[in-house]
Every structure is written in C-alpha cells, then in structure tokens.
Design a protein around this ligand. Sequence first.
Ligand code: LLP
Length: 436
Amino acid sequence: MTLAELLPSTGCSTEPVLEDGLWPDGTRLAGQDLVIGGLPATQLAARFGTPCQVLDERTVRARARAFRTALPDAEVVFAGKSLPCPEVYRWMAQEGLSLDVSSAGELALARAAGFPARRIVMHGNVKTAEDLKAALEYGVSRIVVDSFDEITQLGALATHGQEVMIRVTPGVDAHTHAKIATGVEDQKFGFSLASGAALEAILRVVEQPSLKLVGLHCHIGSQVKHVASYEEAVRRMVGLIASCGTRIGQLDLGGGFCAPYLRGDPDFDLAGFAHRVQGALNYECALHRVPPPRLLVEPGRSIVANAGVTLYRVCAVKESARTFVAVDGGMSDNPRPSLYGAKYAVRLVGRGGKPKPVTVVGRHCEAGDVLAEDVLLPRDVHAGDLLAVPATGAYHHALASNYNQVCRPPVIAVRDGVARPIVRRETEEDLLRRYV
Ligand code: LLP
C-alpha cells in the first residue's frame, strides 16, 4: 500500500482514520485524542510517562476466549514468552487456558501467578538442569523434549512417570521470516521427521522408565498466515503417529497464528483453522486407522499483539534527505524492526495537521535503530508530540533490553476507564542493583 492510499480519498481531511484490527478492541478517536480501554492516550502518557506500553485487558481476554470457543475440544496453551507477566498469566488461568513456559524464569512468573502446574507445559531447545529441576519440583504437567541429551538427562532427574511430549521438525515451510521459521529442516529445533530422528526419539523416551510419552509437538513458525501450512503439519505428524506403533494421545501444533501490524494485513482465519485442521486430523487418523489424538494449540502473538499500544514522546526532529523523528524509546523496547524487518504503523495523538512521510527513530547508538519508515505524521511534528504505535503487545516487553542502560518501560493494563501498572517502569536503582 502506498502512502497516497493511506490518505483519505477526498484529500481534504488531514487525519488518517483509525486502522481496522490493529488497535485494541473499542479503541476510538475522541477529537484528536485516542481512547484505549476507556482512557485518553494523552492522560495515560501524562500519568505514567513515556515510553509506556498500554495493554487492554478486555482485548486479551476476548482473544483468549475466541480460541477456546473456536476449538472447544482442544487444549489452548498461552505462549508465555510472548508477554511474560504474572498478571497476564492470571488472566489466562481465569480464561481456562494452559501456559507454555520455556525457562525456569518464565516458570517463576507462572508460580508467582499461582498458575496451576497441571496446566503448564515446558518448552525449549535447551533446558538447563536448573530449568528441568524447577519444572519437576513445581510438577509441570508436560515437558516437551528437544534433544537426545535432554531425554537422558530428564530420564535421570525424573522419579516417576513424568509426562513428556517430543518436539518434531515436520519439514513444513510456513512461509514466514527465516528467523522465526521453525518447521523446516536444518535448524536447531526439534527432532527431524525426515531423517528418522523423531522416530528414534519416540523409542528412547519409551525406554526411559521414569518418563511417560503422552504426545508429539511441532511449531512450524511465527506470524504464519496460511491454514494450509498447519494442515500439512497435521498430515505429516499423523503419518509419524501411525508409523511409531505407540499410542499418542496428544498432538500439539504449536502457535504462530499471524496478527496484523499494518493497515490491510490479514487477521488469522481462526474459524477456518479450527474447521480445516480438525477435519484434516480426523481424515488422516481414519486413513491411517489410529485414534485421533487430542489437539493442543499454543497461541501467543494472536492473543496479545493487538491488545498493546506503545506511547512515545518525540524528543527531536531532524531534517536531512528525509525527516527523522526521534523518540524517547527505540530498539531497547522494540528490537523487532532490526531483527525481522518488522513494520509498524504510527499515529500522532493529541493534535492534527497536514501529513508528510517521516522516519521514526529511537534513541540508541545504532544507525539501525529505526522504529518505522515512511509513516505519515503532521508536517510540523515537533519535540513534545505524543506518538502511538499499535500491535506492540507481543514480543515487545518480552524482548526489551537495557541497551545504553535505558530503563525498560512499564506495562499499563487498562480496562473500562481504569489503568494500573502490571509491570512497573524500571529505575536506575534496578539497573545498579546488578553491578558489583
Ligand atoms: N509455541 C512454541 C513452542 C513457540 O516457540 C512459540 C514462539 C509459540 C508457541 C508462540 O508463537 P506465536 O503464536 O506467538 O507466534 N520474537 C519473535 C517471535 C518468536 C516466536 C518464538 N516462539 C517475534 O517478535 O516475531
């Protein structure tokens, strides 16, 4: 989509209308302000400072519920890495979801949230002895093993019938960014189906008296747009189930369901997924004469991404070949543009003006610290203006760093006109506490 297309067709209004699907449910314009969770963004910024990540609780809960409604017989497991926060984990527990953790640290947050161990699944291509011991101690219901070394190590650590799943690399190309494509051969995750490693892993787990094989798992990637990629994964995984000669009660298809970041991006076809994947599962199981396993899915991004909005304050504007608008955050709160070439929409909040294309950059000591290129902002954009970036609920708080010893922003939950921090802003005391 070109910039010209983003402008209203009459050309007389100066404000691009609110993009469909990118913002939390119920977000609306009130004059020049943006109301999120019943609260004006200008007020949120004044009260909590910037940069600041706003998270709409109702949107998160509605999306969690949408998965449960679309897949009533499946176990819906929230990918805790997408937004690690005890309060968010609590919402998930209340909505009846399970939780995927991939380290002792994420498990510690789950414990702090009082998340029931029987609904926790532990993942990770590397689990240290500490990770495994923490999982066993809390009694997480399933551990997804990812290497022969781990099978041996867990076999030795577990004392009785620890339930495990095996992570399989099914050789499915989900047509997503190479750095988040995890279903294809020749990468670090899982046991290859094509090479026979997955079958060998099944045999090794079955041989371990302290382990109980309950399921197979695959995760073909993230920001996956096509249901067909999951159907293909089902076909291959059921083929493996049929050939292994062991009863497999659970098939976990991982997460990866895409979320929209820009105007016109598709939302994931959840109803189509539910219908087609369940259909493929039943068909393939009938074909191979195996009982259909219970389905698990592990959505992260599709539940939280569009519930989040980041607010930044403009600190400086520089005119050169293009206009650089520099804000008080950057790659320390959003490394996704540098990591994956991710694109974002940006909106100026609180006032209008005739638009022009600008490049929004961060405050960090890298030329690559660019948050969004070629976005339309009022041509007199200046220091002190407030910017809002939608679709920042997933893998933002999670990936944030202290680069340049910048303190990480808070996460402010909003709901029905009430705002409260669920992650507080980091302080210099927090930073100094680690230095000896
Ligand atoms: N299950 C497993 C085993 C995973 O590794 C992941 C994500 C998920 C589920 C959830 O995937 P989702 O539904 O959120 O796409 N940092 C990257 C994304 C990395 C995803 C890692 N694994 C990004 O910002 O795009």
